[in-house]
Design a protein around this ligand. Structure first.
Ligand SMILES: [Zn+2]
Length: 101
């Protein structure tokens, strides 16, 4: 009988101990996740950097559709007519000729 009691008490203690550990682990995980997210928030500097890197050519790297053949190419590589939203693009001089023909 005493043995049963001891086992019960021991298992309760073990359970309490286990819960305590789980609590600590959980806190550690939460902290890690928070710091990881903070770490991701920190490099937004890198995000803008990424966009500012190509910022020299974000327009040049924008894909444009050739109005003649429908091919998509970076804007910088295309022949451009007009400006702003009304611009039209040709992928090559050939397409330009086709459109003018
Ligand atoms: Zn074309």
């Amino acid at each position: 009988m005493i043995r049963y009691l001891l086992i019960t008490v021991f298992s309760l203690l073990a359970l309490t101990f286990f819960r305590a550990i789980m609590g600590v682990v959980q806190k550690a995980v939460v902290n890690e996740v928070k710091s990881a997210m903070g770490g991701e928030d920190a490099p937004p500097a890198a995000g803008p950097n990424r966009s500012s890197g190509p910022s020299a050519g974000p327009a040049a790297t924008t894909l444009r559709k050739c109005v003649s053949c429908g091919t998509y190419k970076p804007e910088g590589a295309m022949i451009r007519y007009g400006s702003g939203d009304k611009s039209i693009f040709f992928c090559s001089a050939e397409c330009e000729k086709k459109a003018n023909a």
